[in-house]
Design a protein around this ligand. Sequence first.
Ligand SMILES: NC(=O)c1ccc[n+]([C@@H]2O[C@H](COP(=O)([O-])OP(=O)(O)OC[C@H]3O[C@@H](n4cnc5c(N)ncnc54)[C@H](OP(=O)(O)O)[C@@H]3O)[C@@H](O)[C@H]2O)c1
Length: 161
Amino acid sequence: MINLIWAMDKNQLVGDGDRIPWHIKEDLLYYKSKTNGKVVLMGDTTYYSLKSYYKTKPLPYGKIYVATIDKDLVINDELNEVIMVYDLISFISNYKDELWVCGGATIYKLSLPYADRLYISFVKGEYKGDRYFPTIDFNKYNRTWENDTDKVLYTVYEKVK
Ligand SMILES: NC(=O)c1ccc[n+]([C@@H]2O[C@H](COP(=O)([O-])OP(=O)(O)OC[C@H]3O[C@@H](n4cnc5c(N)ncnc54)[C@H](OP(=O)(O)O)[C@@H]3O)[C@@H](O)[C@H]2O)c1
């Protein structure tokens, strides 16, 4: 089961450099409630960005797969179990257990065709940034859950089999 989880604004913006363009606490809590202790996959940019927030604290995940195309890059993380993924497509197309894809823009784009479930937080409003989620063909998915708040429309989509 491949889950993608992300937040995006009305223009499908997800990031600004290595940062998220907004700070919405309720969305962070939602994201944490879904991914806490889970096996996750992320790009190295997102991994380093998260490390700069958490500093000396461990990231709140189980195993962390970090994608890079730099075969010389080995991350030695004393606080988390980190496994390098050098060939993302082969990894994700053969992955059989529960996996949470946590970004960023590049990794979402490459992973989207393999996703079984999309956890999309539609952030209300328009922000500035330079990393976007790719176009999604919503005909391929059914919306199975939603929760609308002042700031965010939280949704879950299941791929039509
Ligand atoms: N809104 C959200 O929910 C959300 C969530 C997470 C992140 N973000 C945002 O997303 C942005 C980061 O996105 P990003 O696209 O710059 O970086 P990213 O997706 O985190 O990582 C990109 C890296 O993935 C590696 N990569 C690319 N193709 C690969 C492949 N085929 N196989 C294995 N590895 C591959 C490359 O690493 P090398 O260069 O080392 O080869 C590339 O630099 C930030 O702004 C962040 O805040 C947003």
